[in-house]
Design a protein around this ligand. Sequence first.
Ligand SMILES: O=C(O)CCC(=O)C(=O)O
Ligand SMILES: [Fe+2]
Length: 361
Amino acid sequence: MSTSALKDALRNREVGLRTRLHFSVYASKVGFRLLKGYRKLMNWGTRRSRTVTGEALIERTGCPVKIDPELGYRWIEPGELPGMEALISACDGVIEEARPHLPRLEAEAPGRYRIAFDLLGDDGVHQRPELVDAMVSDELLACASDYLGGVPLLRRVAVGYSPGHEASTGTSWAGSQLFHFDGEDDRQIKVFVLLTDVEDDRDGPLTFLPAAASREAVKKLGKRPAGPVGSYMRAGPYADEAVREVVDPRDLVTMTGKRGRVLLLDTSTTLHQGSRVHHGHERTVFMGVFQRFELVHETPFNWIDPSRFDEASPQGMALTPPRRVPRNFYFPDPLEQTSATARRGNCSKPELLAPGRAPAA
Ligand SMILES: O=C(O)CCC(=O)C(=O)O
Ligand SMILES: [Fe+2]
């Protein structure tokens, strides 16, 4: 980060001093590495046991699904991962329940919260154990442990609803509709499952550049610009014109396809955007997120009950974060009568809040 960017970070009064200080370190390459080293050191024991458990799982399963870090993504074929059918039908239930509330949610949502709504609160996740079960199958956890170097945490389980936007010409896309890198760590895995057919641009497909090409694109863009202070983005959002200058559109991969198509994507190493849904269309996608226990930059996470699994099992580990927030804290029931975004973070125990917390993606 340049000195002026650092000054900007420190001056920005929209977020607290701790957040600004955190960002002034986090946003530089060296600062990020320092933070990462510090986090690794502080979590040495936990990392060790997660590595050992992950290795045992990889050996036991033979790790049938692997992600090539140079690509940063992998498509999943039908039958490769267990539990996907149950997951899809549970998601159908979520959408059906939410359908009558959608106009109100859209009307209430401010700014970037209007881009993609999470229709699942913590209670919704809890009521549908098949969503978590599909995410913590031995096969998927082996894949995630292999890619992330130890049993990671399942931090988010979401059903994302992206409504159509009036402006389909592309000048008013914002936030995650613009190309960016997610910033919680230097690697993570998001599991996306299409719940409706995504045919073409009008359905706002997730669009990304594979990891090696993303690395090259960033070099050509000059230096990786820091995301806005307090943002979950490590870099971006980039204007389309800037991306167009350095990226061959033929290198972009789009998540189009039939309902049920599954993608594993490292949103930290791949330049990506999505939800540019045109007026008269809508997109619904399931998303599960795996991040390392010792991640560098924490963003809001779901409360998920680990008690169905043995504490020392890979599944138990994947569901046990370093600290708990009360159920419904970040992700209360989105269908309650008052705005979900207004309720998020309202809690009778504010001391449980992490200082410097960034908003959710
Ligand atoms: O809405 C989309 O397709 C993109 C969302 C995104 O940027 C993410 O999940 O990291
Ligand atoms: Fe993203």
